[in-house]
Ligand binder design. Sequence first.
Ligand SMILES: [Zn+2]
Ligand SMILES: [Zn+2]
Length: 127
Amino acid sequence: MEQNRHKTARYKVISDAGGVRFKFYCEASGAAVCITKQCYPAETEEELLRAWETEGKQLFNRCSKCGRWICNAMYNADTLECVDCSPWEEQPSYCPHCGSKVNPADVFCNRCGIRLMYGGDADDEAV
Ligand SMILES: [Zn+2]
Ligand SMILES: [Zn+2]
């Protein structure tokens, strides 16, 4: 589904009782932002775009620099860019695992070693 990249946020299809739901992820943090209502998979691409337009898109902001779909927590509204492209100077980042302060540019926490940044699809196997 590489051609869908940036048409919607990154997503997964979740099977649910004969239908599917779409789960949309912030492309900066990798956090799951929403799961749509159930729909039926006959026209999955159409259903995806419909679900995105009606349920997903309003919860995201598009970074004007890298074009990714970003949840509110990872979006710098002052610059209309994601915090990867336009880091908040005054807001330090904290490791979600151990809570120690980390440099926003760090890929790994230097205390516990957990991966902080989510590049490409590298985190898919871990879910
Ligand atoms: Zn960006
Ligand atoms: Zn840590």
